[in-house]
Design a protein around this ligand. Structure first.
Ligand SMILES: [Zn+2]
Length: 568
């Protein structure tokens, strides 16, 4: 190995120039090569700076007053799987500026050396490129296979050095949304640029104060899209009072659907009686059993005592829940009990509703199948599996002997089966989809409908309530995509006095956030790109599980977005 002695100066004649083609091809300027050597598992090259002066990095003044020369070792990109070690001879100069904070400084060879770095600029860039996209342990293994030996900790350090430069003043349109770092416990807010979809910032929480603090930096933001949370609305108002807020369209329409679903559940008995002609006979309400509970476990008894104690001490349900790490809903459930009890034995709807028929079936020795057919013949509907499970719980002593067990009755007629399926459809969650989406179950190319679709259309056709609900939903969706904000007023006016309580409450709720909703109709910006970004966040977050701090996460998702990266 070549050693640089004190006497060696820049124009050292012992260091002969060798072929400079490689240096030229690589594009290094300001260095010359004086040796190449192939070792068993690495290639060594000797480089020398050709400059006789350099700029002081601290004050900017040029100096040609040589102080000393020394050799640095940096690693370059591997060649044919072999490591490439560069021995670079660099100069230390004296800074002649009396006002400068430093007496001496070392020159850097452009593209080869960087301050404190033991790898070339090219190698660092490539490493950042690779390591930014994969987990550090995977990255270190991948690099090893290429001939670059780094540990997973080094891999992390390299990624951390990626600098995401943000010019806060240049962003006009923003989106903000949250994602869970620990679902149900910890959330972060993510701010992205609505135009380029580039992630800008991860806010440590979704609280109003934190979000407002982050948003204050975006002084020139004119439009900010958010979901319907009041925390964001308040934060935007606080930080960027001039910015127009946009409530996300997708969430609005989704909310409308949720209210419609609730309404559908409430109105179902009315729908049933409207359709009683089609259904032949109204569903028998039967004898509803009282809810049954398992005997309480020791945990249930402890929880019951603790919650009641805290409640008596004057705490709210929310703070009790936070204290005991359970949801406020669970707290309310325990508070509603007069004594501790175990889990609710799922009251099987079918068993409770058709208890008379079932009991009669058991006494006359019928099997599951026969009992089910009896229920359907009587105008009800039960799922076979649900009936078996329910009966096993309620009648544990009932054991039909062979196969379906006991006697069977005559099988159901086609009309009875058809009626049973119609009943099942009305009771299922699918009904909401059929009401809200007229093209669900219709083939796009041929216009062919599924049987269930046809059945649902027949039901909707005959029921005024279902038609009303469909009308409310589709008209709201049309208003949202229609581009005419004033139509919203008419919609709210029409439905806030509606006989359907959930639709009415939805319409009234809209009034609270009316400006942001009208902006959503007026502008094309939405939280759509945000949802895509959130998916990226989730993928990246899981790939770096356990080592994910916010700074690293932001770098990684930015690299993932691969747009406008400034790698320094
Ligand atoms: Zn200086």
């Amino acid at each position: 190995m070549l050693r640089v002695s004190e006497r060696v100066i820049c124009k050292d004649s012992t260091k002969k120039r060798v072929d400079q083609t490689l240096v030229k091809i690589i594009g290094w300027s300001g260095v010359r090569c004086y040796s190449y050597e192939r070792h068993e598992d690495y290639i060594e090259a000797g480089l020398q700076s050709t400059h006789h002066a350099a700029k002081c990095p601290y004050c900017g003044r040029r100096s040609s007053h040589l102080h000393s020369r020394y050799e640095r070792t940096v690693e370059d990109l591997p060649v044919h799987g072999l490591r490439v070690i560069l021995r670079v001879e660099v100069s230390r100069y004296r800074c002649m500026n009396p006002k400068c904070s430093h007496r001496t400084f070392v020159e850097q060879c452009a593209g080869v050396t960087e301050k404190y770095q033991r790898r070339t600029v090219d190698q660092r860039r490539q490493l950042q490129e690779i390591l930014g996209l994969v987990a550090s342990t995977v990255g270190s293994r991948q690099c090893a296979s290429m001939g670059i030996d780094i540990s997973s900790s080094t891999a992390l350090r390299i990624v951390r050095r990626i600098h995401c430069e943000i010019d806060y003043n240049s962003y006009r349109h923003l989106c903000i949304d949250d994602f869970a770092t620990r679902k149900g416990r910890e959330y972060r807010a993510l701010i992205i640029d609505a135009d380029t979809h580039l992630p800008l910032e991860i806010v440590p929480s979704r609280d109003k104060a934190d979000v407002a603090k982050a948003l204050r930096k975006y002084k020139h933001a004119t439009i900010i899209s958010r979901d319907r949370s009041s925390a964001y609305a308040g934060a935007i108002k606080l930080a960027c009072p001039k910015a127009k807020q946009i409530a996300d369209k997708f969430h609005l329409v989704k909310n409308c659907g949720e209210h419609l679903d609730k309404q559908l559940r409430v109105s179902m008995p009315d729908v049933m009686s409207e359709l009683s002609a089609t259904l032949d006979r109204p569903v028998e309400s039967g004898v509803r059993q009282e809810a049954m509970y398992k005997p309480p476990a020791s945990r249930d008894i402890d929880l019951f005592a603790e919650i009641h104690k805290l409640k008596d001490a004057g705490l709210s349900n929310e703070s009790i829940g936070k204290d005991m790490r359970i949801s406020a809903k669970t707290v309310a459930k325990y508070l509603s009990m007069d004594r501790p009890r175990g889990r609710k034995i799922t009251e099987s709807k079918c068993v409770g509703r058709y208890i008379d028929i079932i009991q009669e079936g058991i006494t006359s020795g019928l099997g599951y199948k026969a009992i089910r057919e009896k229920i359907i013949a009587a105008g009800g509907y039960v799922d076979y599996g649900a009936l078996c499970d329910g009966m096993k719980k309620v009648f544990p002593e009932y054991h039909p002997k062979q196969g379906y067990g006991g006697k069977t009755t005559s099988p159901l007629s086609v009309a009875q089966k058809e009626r049973a399926q119609t009943r099942q459809l009305l009771g299922s969650n699918m009904m909401k989809i059929y009401v809200t989406n007229p093209s669900f179950g219709v083939k796009k190319d041929t216009g062919e409908c599924t049987k269930e679709r046809e059945r649902a259309d027949m039901l909707i056709c005959k029921s005024g309530i279902l038609q009303d609900l469909r009308q409310a939903y589709t008209s709201f969706r049309d208003v949202m995509s229609g581009g005419k904000p004033d139509e919203l007023n008419a919609w709210i006016e029409k439905y806030s006095g509606s006989q359907y309580q959930h639709i009415a409450s939805f319409a009234k709720e809209l009034n609270k956030d009316i400006t942001a909703i009208k902006n959503a109709i007026r502008y094309s910006i939405s939280n759509g790109p945000m949802e895509g970004c959130n998916n990226k966040v989730k993928a990246v977050k899981r790939s770096m599980y356990g080592r994910a701090k916010d700074d690293l996460l932001l770098i990684k998702i930015t690299l993932y977005s691969r747009k406008h990266m400034h790698v320094n």
